[in-house]
Design a protein. Structure first.
Length: 479
C-alpha cells in the first residue's frame, strides 16, 4: 500500500475520532447518556492515538528505537498513573484530580509548542504562523499548569482556601502581561524578518515568556477564594483545551485542534454558566478576593439562634410527608453519605413519599459534583432536578432535607450588602418544614452565617451526614 493511501486512511480515522468527540460531548448533556458519551469519546481518542502512531511509523525514516522507548515509557507511566488515580480517588477529591489533569494537559501542550519552536528556530521552517501558535500555546499552557496546581492545592487544603493577596499583585500581573506581549511581538517580528534576532536571543525571549506564564498562573489563582474554585476549575479546563488546540496548530495535527477546540469552547460556556449561577462576572472572579476557607468544625455563629431537633422528631416529619426534597452539599460528599441518602429515599418512597433532589450548579467543589456523587449511588436520574426546575416545587414541599449545603441555601443572597448578594440560591426556606443535617454551625466558603438556620421552620440535626442519615433510616423504619 502506498504512503498516500496510508495517509488518506489516517486522516479519515482522525475525522472519525473527531466525530466521536463531538457526539460523545453531546451525549454528556444528559446523565442518562453521559457514561456512553464518555466511552465514545475515549474510543475516539484511542482511534486518534493509534492512527497518529501509524502516521509516524509510515513517515520517511519511521520512528527510531529511542522514540519508541520514549513513547512506550510515556504510555506506561502516564496511563498507569491515570488509571491508578481514577480508580482510587475518593469522590470528595475528584475536583483536585480534575485540577491536576488540567495541569498535566496544559503543561503537555506547552512542552509540545516549546519543542517544536526549538526545532525550527533559525531555520527556513520558522514562520510567523508558527511563532504565533507557539507563543499562544506556551502562555496558555503555562498559565494552566501553574494555576491548576494552585487550585488543586487550595481544594486539598495544602494552600489556604482564603484569598491570598500578593503585595503589588496588580503591578506584578501587569508586568507579566507586558513581558508576555512584548516577547510575543518580538518572536513574531523575528519570524517574519522584520526584526533580526540571534537564535540564542529568541530562545531567551521564549524562556522569559515561559516564566511569565507560570508566574501569571500563580498570581491569578492565589487571590481567588474557595467559594469561586468551581468556576476557576472550569476556566482552567477551558484554558487546557485552548492550549491543546494551539499545540495542534504547531504540529499540524487536525484531530488535536478539533479536540482542543471542543474542550476550550465547552469549558468556556460552562464557565459562563457557572459564573451566572453565582451572579458574578468572570472578570470579577478573576479579580479575586471573594470567599474564605470552609468553616471550622465546632465554630458557632454568634448571631444566629437555632432550633435543634432530635432524630425521632426528624424521622416523624419525613415519614408522614407527602413530598420531600433532598438538598445535597459538600458535607454529604465529605461524609461519603450518598448511599445512605439513597437508602433513606427508597424507604420513604415505599411509604408513598415523593422524593426529589435539588441540584445547585455550584454545590460541592466542581461543576456537576453532586450529580456524579448521586449517580455513583444509583440515584435515579429523573429525580435529580436542576435549580431552575426545582425551585418552584419548594412552595409545595412538606419537608426540605438539607445535607451539608450552606451558601447555596442562604437567603442572605436575596439582600444587598452581603458576600453572596445576588447569587441564585435554592428556595429551601419556602418549604413547609426544613431539616438541616450538619456537623456544626460552621460557615461555608463565603464566610458568613446562613440565615436559613435561624428560620423558625428549620430544625437543626447536628451530626455527621452519614451517621445522621443512618440514624434517620433506623428511626423511620420504626415509625
Amino acid at each position: 500500500m502506498s504512503q498516500e493511501w496510508i495517509y488518506t486512511i489516517v486522516f479519515l480515522a482522525w475525522l472519525v475520532g473527531a466525530a466521536a468527540f463531538v457526539i460523545g460531548l453531546h451525549q454528556m448533556n444528559s446523565p442518562a447518556t453521559a457514561r456512553n458519551g464518555n466511552r465514545l469519546s475515549a474510543g475516539g481518542m484511542t482511534i486518534a492515538v493509534g492512527t497518529t502512531l501509524l502516521y509516524l511509523i509510515t513517515r520517511q525514516g519511521g520512528l527510531s528505537l529511542e522514540a519508541w522507548a520514549i513513547i512506550l515509557v510515556g504510555f506506561a507511566i502516564g496511563g498507569g498513573a491515570g488509571l491508578y488515580m481514577a480508580r482510587t480517588v475518593k469522590m470528595t477529591a475528584m475536583p483536585q484530580l480534575v485540577s491536576i489533569f488540567n495541569a498535566v494537559g496544559g503543561g503537555a501542550a506547552a512542552l509540545v509548542a516549546i519543542d517544536d519552536y526549538l526545532r525550527v528556530v533559525g531555520t527556513r521552517e520558522e514562520e510567523v504562523a508558527t511563532a504565533i501558535f507557539v507563543v499562544l500555546g506556551v502562555v496558555i499552557g503555562c498559565v494552566t499548569f501553574s494555576g491548576s496546581l494552585i487550585a488543586s492545592g487550595k481544594l486539598q487544603g495544602v494552600i489556604s482556601g482564603k484569598p491570598i493577596l500578593i503585595p503589588g499583585g496588580r503591578l506584578v500581573t501587569a508586568l507579566l502581561a507586558i513581558v508576555a506581549v512584548g516577547g510575543f511581538l518580538a518572536l513574531v517580528f523575528a519570524a517574519g524578518g522584520a526584526l533580526t534576532l540571534d537564535v540564542a536571543v529568541q530562545e531567551l525571549i521564549l524562556l522569559a515568556i515561559i516564566g511569565a506564564g507560570l508566574l501569571f498562573g500563580i498570581t491569578m489563582v492565589l487571590p481567588i477564594g474557595g467559594a469561586d474554585m468551581p468556576v476557576v476549575i472550569s476556566l482552567l479546563n477551558s484554558f487546557t483545551g485552548t492550549a491543546a488546540a494551539m499545540a495542534g496548530f504547531v504540529i499540524g495535527n487536525p484531530v488535536l485542534i478539533i479536540a482542543g477546540a471542543l474542550v476550550g469552547a465547552s469549558g468556556g460556556i460552562l464557565t459562563k454558566l457557572m459564573a451566572d449561577a453565582m451572579n458574578r462576572s468572570i472578570v470579577n472572579i478573576i479579580a479575586g478576593g471573594f470567599g474564605g476557607a470552609e468553616g471550622t468544625v465546632g465554630a458557632v455563629a454568634g448571631s444566629t439562634q437555632v432550633r435543634e431537633i432530635g432524630v425521632d422528631d426528624a424521622a416523624i416529619q419525613l415519614a408522614y410527608a407527602s413530598s420531600v426534597i433532598v438538598v445535597p452539599g459538600y458535607g454529604l460528599a465529605v461524609a461519603q453519605a450518598q448511599h445512605a441518602v439513597r437508602e433513606l429515599a427508597e424507604i420513604l418512597e415505599d411509604r408513598n413519599v415523593d422524593v426529589k433532589y435539588a441540584i445547585h450548579p455550584v454545590a460541592g467543589r466542581m461543576p456537576g459534583h453532586m450529580n456524579v456523587l448521586l449517580a455513583e449511588a444509583n440515584v435515579p436520574y429523573p429525580q435529580l432536578k436542576e435549580m431552575d426546575d426545582i425551585n418552584p416545587e419548594f412552595d409545595r414541599c412538606d419537608v426540605a432535607l438539607v445535607i451539608g449545603a450552606n451558601d447555596v441555601t442562604n437567603p442572605a443572597a436575596r439582600r444587598p450588602g452581603t458576600p453572596v448578594s445576588g447569587m441564585p440560591i435554592l428556595d429551601v426556606d419556602h418549604a413547609k418544614s426544613i431539616i438541616v443535617i450538619k456537623r456544626s454551625m460552621g460557615r461555608g466558603y463565603a464566610g458568613i452565617d446562613n440565615e436559613l438556620y435561624g428560620n423558625p421552620k428549620t430544625g437543626m440535626l447536628f451530626a455527621d451526614a452519614k451517621e445522621g442519615l443512618a440514624a434517620l433510616i433506623a428511626a423511620v423504619k420504626q415509625v
